[in-house]
Design a protein around this ligand. Structure first.
Ligand SMILES: [Zn+2]
Length: 290
C-alpha cells in the first residue's frame, strides 16, 4: 500500500511538472519543448538574387557578404531547409529541425552556381532557386550567352549541376512572365477575360514546369515565386490547381506555419537581402527578437 501511494505521489509530481512546462513554453520561443516546436513555427525566409564581386545593388550582393549572412544564420541556431521539406512537415509527412529557415534566390542567375554554390557547399547550406525558364532557355540556346557571371542565366546543364549538389531545390518563377509589359508579372491585362487570363497563366506555368523537369531533369517544382511579388486572386487559384505547395510573395515579414494548415504556405512572406544595406542592419531587421 505504501509503495502504491508513493507511485501515485510520483505520478502527481510528474503530471504537475508536465502541466507547468506546457504552460510556460509558448512564451519562450527559443526554448520551446520539442512537442510545442513541432506544432507551430515562425519561418524566416530571406530573398537573394545575383551574387557578384564586381558590383552591388538592391538585387546584387558580394559573395563575402553572402557567406557572412550564412554563418550568422547558423550561429543563431537556424538550419536552412527546402520549402519542399517545409510542405512535407505541414502535411505531416516529415520532420524539420528545431529552428528552420529558408534561403531563396530568385531569377536563376548563373552567378548563383559560380559564386554561391561553393559557399553553400562549404557550409552545407540548403537553398531554393526560383528559375525564369525563358531566361534559362535564352542562355542555353544563344551562342555567347552562357556561363558569364555578369549577365548569364543558368542553363539546363547548370541547373542539373545545382540539383546534383543536393543543396538546391528548384522552384518555378514563370516561363515568360518576368516582365513589366504588357502585363506586370502575372497580373491580368485589360483586354482578356478572367478565363483567358487563367488559361494564359496556366500555360506559362506548365511550360516552365516542363522545361525544368524535361530539359533540366529536376523534380516537378512544388515552390513558386511571384515575379516582382505581384499576385492576384485568380492567379492564386491557378497555382493551387497546378499543385504548388509553397508560394513566395515579396511581402516583408515572418510567416507562422502550423502542422495540418497547408494554406499558410501559399502566401509566404520574405525579406529581400539588398546589397545596399549592411550585414548588421539586415540581420537586425529580420531577426528582431533573436
Ligand atoms: Zn524575379
Amino acid at each position: 500500500m505504501i509503495i502504491h501511494m508513493r507511485k501515485i505521489a510520483i505520478a502527481t509530481v510528474l503530471l504537475i511538472a508536465v502541466i507547468a512546462a506546457s504552460c510556460c513554453t509558448p512564451k519562450q520561443s527559443n526554448t520551446v519543448s520539442a512537442q510545442a516546436a513541432q506544432e507551430s513555427i515562425s519561418l524566416p525566409i530571406v530573398m537573394y538574387h545575383a551574387v557578384l564581386k564586381s558590383r552591388r545593388g538592391k538585387y546584387t550582393i558580394h559573395p563575402t557578404e553572402l557567406e557572412r549572412d550564412i554563418i550568422a544564420y547558423k550561429e543563431m541556431g537556424y538550419t536552412p531547409v527546402f520549402l519542399r521539406e517545409v510542405a512535407d512537415w505541414v502535411n505531416r509527412k516529415g520532420g524539420l529541425p528545431e529552428k528552420p529557415m529558408v534561403i531563396t534566390f530568385d531569377d536563376g542567375h548563373y552567378n548563383n552556381l559560380y559564386y554561391a554554390l561553393p559557399i553553400l557547399q562549404k557550409h552545407n547550406c540548403k537553398v531554393v532557386i526560383n528559375i525564369v525558364t525563358s531566361f534559362s532557355r535564352h542562355s542555353t540556346e544563344t551562342p555567347g550567352e552562357a556561363e558569364n557571371p555578369n549577365f548569364s542565366y543558368l542553363t539546363w546543364n547548370n541547373i542539373r549541376e545545382l540539383q546534383k549538389s543536393g543543396l538546391v531545390e528548384i522552384g518555378n518563377h514563370t516561363h515568360a512572365m518576368h516582365k513589366f509589359k504588357p502585363r506586370y508579372g502575372i497580373a491580368q491585362v485589360s483586354n482578356e477575360t478572367v478565363d483567358e487570363y487563367k488559361e494564359t497563366l496556366r500555360k506559362d506555368l506548365e511550360t516552365a514546369n516542363n522545361y525544368l523537369t524535361q530539359n533540366a531533369g529536376v523534380p516537378r517544382p512544388v515552390t513558386f515565386a511571384y515575379p516582382f511579388g505581384r499576385y492576384t486572386k485568380e492567379g492564386h487559384e491557378v497555382l493551387k490547381e497546378l499543385g504548388f505547395k509553397a508560394i513566395l510573395t515579396c511581402n516583408e515579414g515572418i510567416t507562422q506555419i502550423r502542422r495540418g494548415d497547408p494554406e499558410a504556405l501559399l502566401t509566404l512572406k520574405r525579406y529581400n537581402r539588398s546589397g545596399n544595406v549592411s550585414h548588421e542592419s539586415f540581420m537586425k531587421k529580420v531577426f528582431k527578437s533573436d
